[in-house]
Design a protein around this ligand. Sequence first.
Ligand SMILES: [Cu+2]
Length: 443
Amino acid sequence: MGNYNNMAFLVLALVGFMFLSKANGAIHYYYFHLQETNFTKVCSTKSILTVNGTFPGPTITVNKGDTAFINVHNQGYYGLTVHWHGVKNPRNPWSDGPENITQCPIQPGTSFTYEVIFSNEEGTLWWHAHSDWTRATVHGAIVILPATGTTYPFATPDAQETVILGSWFKGDVMEILEEALAEGGDPNVSDAFTINGQPGALYSCSNGTTYRWLVDYGKTYLLRVINAVMNEEQFFGIANHTLTVVAQDASYIKPLTTSYIMITPGQTMDILVTANQPPSQYYMASHAFMDGINVSHHNGTTTAIVQYNGNYSTPSNISLPTLPAEANSTAADNFIKQIRALASKEHPIDVPLKIHSRMFIAVAVNERICANSSCQGPDNNALSASLNNISFVTPSVDVLQAYYQYVQFFSSIKQLLVILIFYYDGYFCHFNNDSCKCYYFYC
Ligand SMILES: [Cu+2]
């Protein structure tokens, strides 16, 4: 009997612990309906895959320590997954989202519910589709506010704003990638950069739809900038306004005052901006940082308007920020090397100092020999990415499940680890994703 009592106590204690650990943060529910939606930009109309019909998609807002359940229903034409970029999701890799790595694609007509567990992240992250180039149109912001009862490590801003930098292609993004893989060369460059989905006044047919951010004179704003551009790093700034960067990738940094930032695809930055200039209209702008020689890229500039509330005559010429030139690597370096973790008592950075093993990883773009020299890459061969000279072939079972089940379809555990740790946004995945089979353990 004593044993039964002990067992009952243990079960109750375990249930209580699970309840308490879940009760730390609030629970949020979101519904993502993946659907084709028509948009007209830079003088042409096309259908893109969206979440709930918007570009960019909806914002997920939580407090630090909360959990979000996101039910993704795919009503599009092809299978895909959604990745919660930068969310550590502790002990819950089944909801991370990279296609063929932690799950098979969510096939058209089916649904999958992600359980996204926020732990020590605080600031801004983003979510995006993680299947070939679907992330070009399927993405949105994740805003992680301080935990209930805590506050920012700086004076609480008067208000907040989110800016998502994006790419716009006149063609179908999946076809552009398919064509590049088939021909072996670089994919087509985009036709515009966008701020919150709008190319802005410097592009054709775009003047009337420029994004506007309304501000009040004297207020300080927390501006959350997300680089969802497909392939180019970006310089970004606001005319006449100083930027104070306070966080990067949902981690606080020592406040950094600058007139411009350089932000890479996938990165986020939280920036304090005080509206302290004469009430008027000012451009925020973004263009590529590209110091590679002969690397094809889009060289336009996207703009949005910072518009002060109040009575004043609209300027005939709105000021543009002075951004570093596209190839100015010194300007990029000068910005990056100032970034330091906040590393305060409330926001510590525990960098592991004891190294147990060292890994040597070679990231490379190779030439794959092309029959009859008929490809469009260098030497008429095909471009092909690798890690330590190993490419990625779409598996028949997703890698995490295979790891979980100890299926031995990789030649060595070392090879598996390299692929698990260094996947990057599906870049190494091949186009055919129909063969992956799914047996989810966490549904
Ligand atoms: Cu990502």
